[in-house]
Write a protein that binds this ligand. Structure first.
Ligand SMILES: Cc1cc2nc3c(=O)[nH]c(=O)nc-3n(C[C@H](O)[C@H](O)[C@H](O)COP(=O)(O)OP(=O)(O)OC[C@H]3O[C@@H](n4cnc5c(N)ncnc54)[C@H](O)[C@@H]3O)c2cc1C
Length: 455
């Protein structure tokens, strides 16, 4: 008779907690060790509200864990983008052809807390906080944890060790030094990000929100842009995605001139950001990068989420993709209790090409949001895509909709979008050629008629 493998998850972030919940539901013995202190304890709750856009893939993963309603009651739907120009005007662009599909703004800390509680509901799941993985022996699955509170050390072993410890993963580093064929690349943008806020208001057409709550707001200004996502308390979390150097950059803009810059480039945002100067001074600039590595496992230790594939946040898919990892890994572990290496390999093969695809698409979307969303032709391209989708249904689904509103695997969505556009170009080209030939034929007939008439 087969026994279920014992699982050690390093990191109680979004991916690690969903995996623990899924495995807990199927009766696996799971130990989750998290480097931070328990956010359920009052003193350790996070102060700043950083939010994420969760779309269909994330909702699907949480639904499989029985958590759909708990997610949606914490979410604000955003059915489109609100584009703000330098004159202070704004225009809404729907994300879907019917205008009825939405991505969801959710507080990251609220979501993490909800997942921690959900994982903890299972007797077979143990959560330990304030212990950081500091040493790992990938061949035996033995991990040394150090308490961040008193420095004490403890060693844990398991049949499967899951590295769900984020982009700076210690588990990935250990795997890299143990596997001769391990390949890893880290590419950082020459842009970083800084978080600011728009507080709730007491009066106004959208009160308690200062601006339209049902939209992801974008101020797209060439190489530098700002976005804002709504929070349930009426505030917005804004993120500046700016280059480190150059004219409109973190280097050039200081607390002394940040208001002047906002007056020129973000004129409608300035009056609703009373803490701008203090937040600009105090909040850090963090890097944005893509991490790709392979293989994701050695038959015992396995990577998931950002530890396996950190991506830039411009498609709003990092957490969504990490939730898909959790579902895939839980499914393979459940399906092959006697064959851990086989289960980890099946998960890796199921996910790796799709992680690569969303990494590429997220970089491409960075250029789209930065350079194109404010342009008229981009607006018409989106309108054409939505028109074709309305007329052709499933035969033409815009890439954004496939990524955000379906669970079609990322690489399949990307290839299908390319095929769809090729077909559209061929049809338009054929139409132009036919029209050209028809015009040419007509002019020949007319020429002959006039030639006959005048002879
Ligand atoms: C600015 C920004 C905006 C984003 N917006 C979106 C969005 O809109 N939509 C979306 O889907 N994604 C978004 N993402 C991506 C998303 O945040 C990540 O993809 C997601 O958090 C990955 O989850 P994870 O569990 O793999 O890693 P994390 O959430 O980073 O969790 C890792 C956990 O491991 C713990 N840990 C780390 N090291 C150790 C250690 N040595 N020992 C023990 N514990 C450890 C950490 O404390 C943490 O709790 C955004 C990212 C950024 C930077």
């Amino acid at each position: 008779m087969s026994t279920k493998p014992r699982i050690l998850i390093v990191g109680a972030g979004l991916a690690g907690c969903l995996l623990a919940r899924l495995l807990g539901r199927s009766g696996h013995e799971v130990l989750v060790c998290e480097g931070r202190n328990d956010p359920r304890e009052k003193n350790y709750a996070q102060g700043r509200s950083i939010n994420l856009a969760i779309s269909e893939r994330g909702i699907d993963g949480l639904t499989q864990a029985g958590l759909r309603d708990r997610l949606l009651e914490r979410a604000i739907p955003m059915p489109g983008r609100m584009i703000h120009d330098r004159q202070g005007h704004s225009a809404f662009q729907s994300y879907s052809a019917g205008g009825d599909r939405a991505i969801n703004s959710v507080s990251r800390s609220e979501l993490n807390l909800m997942l921690i509680e959900a994982a903890d509901e299972h007797d077979s799941v143990e959560l330990r906080f304030g212990v950081r993985a500091v040493e790992l022996e990938p061949s035996t699955g033995s991990v040394v944890f150090e308490s961040i509170n008193d420095g004490s050390r403890q060693t844990e072993t398991a049949d499967i060790v899951v590295g769900a410890d984020g982009a700076g993963s210690a588990v990935r580093v250990a795997l890299e030094s143990a596997l001769a064929d391990f390949k890893c690349s880290q590419d950082f943008l020459d842009h970083g990000y800084k978080e600011l806020s728009i507080p709730a208001v007491e009066t106004g057409p959208h009160a308690p929100f200062a601006i339209e709550p049902k939209a992801l707001h974008i101020w797209p200004h060439g190489a530098s842009m700002m976005i804002a996502l709504p929070n349930l308390d009426g505030s917005f979390t804004c993120t500046l995605f700016w280059p480190y150097t150059g004219e409109h950059s973190f280097e050039a803009v200081t607390e002394a001139n940040v208001c002047d810059l906002f007056r020129t480039h973000y004129p409608d945002a300035l009056p609703i950001m009373p803490e701008l100067v203090a937040e600009y001074r105090e909040n850090p600039v963090s890097p944005l990068g893509t991490i790709r590595c392979r293989p994701w496992h050695n038959g015992k230790v396995v990577l998931m989420g950002d530890s396996a594939h950190a991506i830039v946040p411009f498609y709003g898919q990092g957490a969504n993709a990490s939730f898909e990892d959790a579902v895939s890994l839980a499914r393979e572990i459940e399906a092959r209790p006697d064959d851990v290496p086989g289960a980890l390999d099946a998960y890796y093969r199921d996910r790796v090409e799709h992680a690569d695809a969303i990494a590429d698409m997220a970089l491409a979307n960075f250029l789209e949001m930065r350079d194109h969303t404010g342009k008229r032709w981009f607006h018409y391209k989106k309108k054409l895509e939505q028109y074709l989708h309305r007329k052709l249904g499933d035969r033409f689904v815009p890439l954004y909709e496939m990524v955000s509103f379906t669970t079609i695997p990322y690489d399949h969505a990307r290839k299908r979008a390319a095929r769809q556009w090729r077909a559209v170009v061929i049809v338009f080209a054929a139409l132009f050629v036919s029209l050209g030939l028809a015009a040419y034929g007509l002019s020949n007939i007319l020429n002959q008629l006039f030639a006959t008439g005048s002879s």
